[in-house]
Design a protein around this ligand. Structure first.
Ligand code: SF4
Length: 305
């Protein structure tokens, strides 16, 4: 049940044309994400994310493993994009994120996926790993909207996003779901090859919150609009967790809805490269409890179960 109409239903034809102009301009000299590779993706040139003109979709299905306010009864209509602008050495989806696979999909095909997920009764369209395919997402949403899409869009991101691209997304996205993993630049460079990560991620989350505010959940328990932050607790990095939670409470909002995630497990490069031995274990129960303790201590009370 939708209590409130998604924000993109207010976009008119003239504005759609402006968005398509932005899509061409951004892909021609790619600056869709903070890497700013400058490659011409209209000509199928490949940058850091390894994705050219067309987005690759790894899978699209009603997902029942997301937060309960997204899943509801019929699932979250998830579209997993291949490729990524980060290179996390512990990525659990590295076969998809680091070695892009799945078919190249036109905007028409992605729009059809969205409409299909809607017809299956999903409560939202959940775009996973979207930061490097924002232009392709905008193209698809324009077509899906014309085809009758009415579901709120969830932007499920690693937060290594361009502020300019986020501003473009402002009229399309109802629910931002950013992840924030590290507080220290050195840690982000070592484990995710993400230069300037702390500044980029903090500015991105501020922009997301400026656009949509705190998470609003309907009377029947379904997320409608707002910010839902994920924090993956990393082994041995609880001091960074503490700073992140303090910052969220102070600089974003004490009313931030946060999912403190405990599913980190060593995989991918962490399994064989001794450089990453400090994170080659699961977080201990005590570390998860400490993270929840700090969240409460700083006044964050909306913690996902
Ligand atoms: S989206 Fe890809 S090609 Fe474009 S700037 Fe980012 S990493 Fe580079």
């Amino acid at each position: 049940m939708i209590d409130k109409k998604p924000v993109y239903l207010g976009i008119d034809k003239d504005k759609e044309k402006k968005y398509l102009e932005w899509v061409s301009k951004t892909l021609q000299n790619c600056c869709a994400c903070p890497r700013k590779c400058g490659v011409n993706r209209l000509e199928n040139e490949i940058g850091h994310c390894k994705i050219g003109r067309y987005a690759r979709v790894s899978s699209a299905f009603p997902h029942f493993g997301e937060e309960s306010c997204l899943v509801g009864w019929h699932g979250s209509g998830t579209i997993f994009f291949s490729g990524c602008n980060l290179n996390c050495v512990f990525c659990q989806n590295y076969e998809i994120s680091q070695y892009p696979s799945g078919p190249e999909c036109s905007a028409e095909i992605i729009a059809e996926m969205m409409l299909n997920l809607q017809s299956l009764g999903c409560h939202n369209i959940n775009l996973v790993s979207p930061s490097h395919v924002i232009p392709q997402i905008i193209e698809s949403l324009i077509i899906a909207k014309q085809g009758g899409l009415q579901l709120p869009i969830v932007y499920n991101t690693n937060s290594y996003d361009s502020i300019d691209s986020l501003k473009i997304l402002g009229n399309w996205i109802d629910i931002y779901m950013p992840d924030i993993k590290y507080w220290e630049e050195e840690t982000a460079c070592k484990y995710s090859n993400a230069k300037n990560y702390p500044n980029i991620v903090k500015e991105s989350i501020k922009e997301m919150h400026r656009q949509v505010g705190d998470l609003v959940i309907s009377s029947d328990g379904i997320a409608q609009r707002g910010l839902l932050v994920r924090h993956l607790v990393m082994p041995g990095l609880i001091h960074e967790t503490k700073e992140i939670l303090k910052w969220l409470a102070k600089e974003i909002s004490k009313n931030t809805y946060i999912n403190i995630m405990e599913q980190y497990r060593p995989t991918y490069k962490v399994l064989y490269n001794p450089c990453y031995s400090k994170i080659s274990r699961r977080p201990m129960r005590g570390e998860i409890e400490e993270a929840i303790h700090y969240a409460k201590l700083y006044g964050l009370s909306r913690i996902a179960d």
